[in-house]
Structure formats: structure tokens, C-alpha cells
Design a protein around this ligand. Structure first.
Ligand code: UD1
Ligand code: CA
Length: 455
């Protein structure tokens, strides 16, 4: 049986107190709804239908890169009404899985279990027992523990409100049955809504046994209604990601102080200190150390590299055995070759730094190609921008650049050249030569310091 997924995402989310539609709020840098869509895709769903409404077209526009069927629910008349909007779009003969755009952390394993259950028995319902079941629909079972119906909190009696087992809202059922029951829904309840949950009693009346499954953790079925819940789920997500890294052998100084906003692949014997943030796709090879407070975005760190405290790296490649930081900023399109060293308060942008070369202190190297075994002295600046265009600086192998040098691009420094400290280099420097552009030092032996006036 093929699988269709319906994701309900039309609600307003008033308690987020935000102009952004609820399902577009981000967890680990990705909209809540996109997490749910990703899970549906991992399940191998044949088609995914997202029911949206509040926030108007902002939801489908923002997530236009997701290949799903967008269905507008003009008025939010209840969860049953919302699912009914999708029915005409779902091919006959499908199993239908209902998910929620604001419940981002349900695992694929949990959903697979539920789908299997639904396939075997005709109806799978995901439930969970909560210490505080306030606000949820309660699962009403008979003396033999068979599920009879769901009663919404607002419609429940005092006795029913004592029930700890609640409806997560996630369920699996065959399309034809679902369509039939949805047609029979009414809104005679305390909220005047078409409740999806009313189909449970209808299924029971039709002689179908409702089987339930439960998630491994509560976070899997928690929805986001306010910023506190969003933050709570963010921490749950991050801790889970940290645990997965540790299970794969990565050493984390403190799993509670790591944030992964994207994907990170780590080799063997990688160790990561506290307050590190990874964004986008980050690949880290064997034996890499990442110091505290580093931000690493869409980059590759090759084996044995040492990234020291407070370093920011974006869209860059850090070669084997490199040393970067502390306090270095590696900007996009930088490639550091093997064993090069970038020190404190150094900014590198769109530059290739050759094998074994060093830029150790207080420098800016941009739009440059630097050869191997080059030493760039403290405070060296490539003047790459003339106010209109960027220009290239080329530095040959074995060059020694004295401290406080300005290299006014476009400019070339030949291999083995030496540049005296404090120079402003505007013309090509020949290989092996010494270039200096500073004025001669003078000494005045008869000079006296000014004295303070006496009166
Ligand atoms: C629903 C369930 C309840 C369950 C709870 C779990 C019903 C009637 N109740 O209650 O049993 O314990 O979820 O969180 O189903 N939505 C739409 N269109 C609508 C109405 C809702 O897209 O017309 C979406 C909302 O955006 C939300 C989700 O469906 O993401 C749930 O709707 P909501 O009204 O919050 O249901 P609950 O009262 O939480
Ligand atoms: Ca609600």
C-alpha cells in the first residue's frame, strides 16, 4: 500500500507573539514545518500534502524548495476539516499518515512502527501517557483496555480528565475509510470545530480495532505553541544530536554546550570544546580539535587540524595539520594548505595559503594566492579594494614579508623575495630580491625634550 502524508499547518500560533506564521519559526535553523516534511520524505512517502492557511502564502513561498502539494484551508474549522481538504488530492488505495507542522521531532522509527501497525490492523494511533495531561484529548479505553474514543479536554468530564493517556494527533488509516468518516463529522462540541479525533469512535463503530503505539521520548510528540516550548525542543534536538556524535566516537567536553544547525560529519578522535556552533554542512576529519567558542559554517576541516578558541570559519577548507586561531576569522573561499598557520586577529578572505605558510598575527589577507613556506609578518595588509574593484595579490614560495607591510593590489611578489618591515609595496617585487619602501631613519643627538613651563 502506498503512503500519503498529510501535514496540518494552518493554525495561527497566537502565543508565539510574532508576525511570522508558527510553522516557519526555526529549530536548528530550519523551519518547524521543514523538519516534519523531511521526516515524511525519510519515510518514503509517495506524496506529501501540506494544509496551510494562517500566514497566507508566506508558508508555501518560504518553503517552495520543498517538493510537496500545498493545500489552502481558507478557514480553520478544526483538525477534521483540515484533513478533509487534503482527501481529494490523495490517490485511492493509500495509507494516510497525519502529521503536524508544529510537532517537529517525531522520529522516523516511531512513525515506521505506527505505519506498520496501521497496515496490520487498519488503524494506528500514536498516544502517550503524560504526568500532566491538561489540554490534550484523552484516550478513552474500555474495561479490556480497548480504545473506544477520544474526548477533547474541553469536552471531557472530571473523571475523563484524570486519564493520563493522551492523543498525540498522529495517526495512520486507509484513505477510503478516512474519507468516509470525515464526511460524517459534525461540529457539535464545546469548540464548534470539526474534530479529527471523532473518527476514532466512528472506526470503533465500524468494527475496526484501534491499535496504539508510543514514541520513545515525550519530545517526539510535543508541539510548539510559544517561544519557551520552541527553546525546550531546540535543546532536546541539540542534546540528541550531541549524543549521536558521541555514539559515533566524537569527544564533547559538554554535550549541553554544542549547537548543530545543519549537518556535521566527524572522523575518528575528534574533540570539540564548549560553545561550538556548526552551521550548514560541516565535515571534520580524524584527529581534529575544535577549541571553545568557535563558529564553523559550511566548511571542511582536514585531519589533525587544530582550531583554537574563538575562531570563525565560513565556506572554507582547512588543510591537514593546520593551526588556526585563537581569534582568527576565515572567510569564504579560503583554502589553507597542509600545515599552514593562521594566528590571532588575522582575517583571511578568498585566499589560498600554501603549504607550511604562516600568517600569525593581526593581518588581513584577501583575494590572494600565497605560495608555500611564506612568512607574513604581524600587521600585514593586502590592500585588495580600490573602492570599486577587488584585485589580486600573488606571493611566491618562500617569501618573507616584514611586519606592518601594505601590499597594494594588484601586485606580485616573486619567490624568495624579502620585504622590509613597514613597507608599502605597489610594484612587482622580483624573485629573491629585497624590497623596502620606508623612509630613512634619522637620529638627532642634540635634540632636547620640551620642558613643562615653570609658572
Ligand atoms: C489536537 C487534538 C487533541 C490532541 C492534540 C495534541 C483534535 C480535535 N484534537 O488538539 O486530541 O491531544 O492535538 O496536540 O484534533 N490545524 C489546522 N487547521 C485547523 C485546525 C488545526 O491546520 O482547522 C492544525 C493546527 O495548526 C495545529 C494542529 O492542527 O498544528 C492541531 O490543532 P489544534 O487546534 O491546536 O488542536 P489541539 O487543540 O491542540
Ligand atoms: Ca490547540
Amino acid at each position: 500500500m502506498g503512503l500519503s502524508v498529510v501535514i496540518l499547518a494552518a493554525g495561527q500560533g497566537t502565543r508565539m507573539r510574532s508576525a511570522v506564521p508558527k510553522v516557519l519559526h526555526k529549530l536548528a535553523d530550519k523551519p518547524l514545518l521543514e523538519h516534519v516534511i523531511s521526516s515524511a520524505k525519510s519515510l518514503g512517502a509517495d506524496d506529501i500534502h501540506v494544509v496551510y492557511g494562517h500566514g497566507g502564502d508566506e508558508v508555501p513561498t518560504t518553503l517552495s524548495h520543498c517538493d510537496v502539494d500545498w493545500i489552502k484551508q481558507q478557514e480553520q474549522l478544526g483538525t477534521g476539516h483540515a484533513v478533509a481538504q487534503a482527501i481529494p488530492h490523495i490517490p485511492v488505495g493509500r495509507q494516510v499518515l497525519v502529521l503536524y507542522g508544529d510537532v517537529p521531532l517525531t522520529t522516523v522509527d516511531t512513525l515506521k512502527n505506527l505505519i506498520e501497525l496501521g497496515q496490520r490492523s487498519g488503524f494506528g494511533l500514536l498516544t502517550i501517557s503524560l504526568e500532566d495531561s491538561n489540554g490534550y484529548g484523552r484516550i478513552v479505553r474500555d474495561e479490556s483496555a480497548v480504545i473506544r474514543r477520544i474526548v477533547e479536554h474541553k469536552d471531557a468530564t472530571e473523571t475523563e480528565r484524570q486519564i493520563k493517556e493522551v492523543n498525540t494527533g498522529i495517526l495512520v488509516v486507509a484513505r477510503e475509510k478516512l474519507a468516509l468518516w470525515l464526511e460524517q463529522l459534525d461540529n457539535n462540541n464545546s469548540q464548534g470545530e470539526y474534530y479529527l479525533t471523532d473518527i476514532i469512535a466512528m472506526a470503533v463503530a465500524d468494527g475496526i480495532k484501534i491499535n496504539s503505539a508510543s514514541p520513545t521520548t515525550e519530545h517526539e510528540v510535543l508541539g510548539v505553541n510559544n517561544k519557551r516550548q520552541l527553546a525546550e525542543l531546540e535543546r532536546a534536538y541539540q542534546l540528541d544530536a550531541a549524543n549521536k556524535l558521541m555514539d559515533a566516537g566524537v569527544g564533547l567536553r559538554d554535550p549541553a554546550r554544542l549547537d548543530i544547525r545543519g549537518n556535521v560529519n566527524c572522523g575518528r578522535d575528534v574533540s570539540i570544546d564548549i560553545n561550538v556552533i556548526f552551521e550548514g554542512q560541516v565535515t571534520i576529519a580524524d584527529n581534529v580539535n575544535v577549541g571553545p567558542n568557535c563558529l564553523i559554517i559550511n566548511s571542511r576541516i582536514d585531519s589533525g587540524a587544530n582550531i583554537l578558541a574563538n575562531t570563525v570559519i565560513e565556506n572554507a577548507v582547512i588543510g591537514r595539520g593546520c593551526n588556526v586561531g585563537p581569534f582568527a576569522r576565515i572567510r569564504p573561499e579560503t583554502e589553507l594548505a597542509e600545515s599552514s598557520r593562521i594566528g590571532n586577529f588575522v582575517e583571511i578572505k578568498k585566499a589560498k595559503i600554501g603549504v607550511g605558510s604562516k600568517v600569525n598575527h593581526l593581518s588581513y589577507i584577501g583575494d590572494s594566492i600565497v605560495g608555500k613556506d611564506v612568512n607574513i609578518g604581524a600587521g600585514t595588509i593586502t590592500c585588495n579594494y580600490d573602492g570599486a574593484n577587488k584585485h589580486l595579490t600573488e606571493i611566491g614560495d618562500g617569501v618573507f614579508v616584514g611586519s606592518d607591510t601594505q601590499l597594494v593590489a594588484p601586485v606580485k611578489i616573486g619567490a624568495g623575495a624579502t620585504i622590509g618591515a613597514g613597507s608599502t609595496i605597489t610594484k612587482e617585487v622580483d624573485a629573491g630580491s629585497l624590497a623596502l619602501s620606508r623612509s630613512k631613519q634619522v637620529s638627532k643627538s642634540d635634540w632636547k625634550r620640551p620642558q613643562k613651563n615653570k609658572d
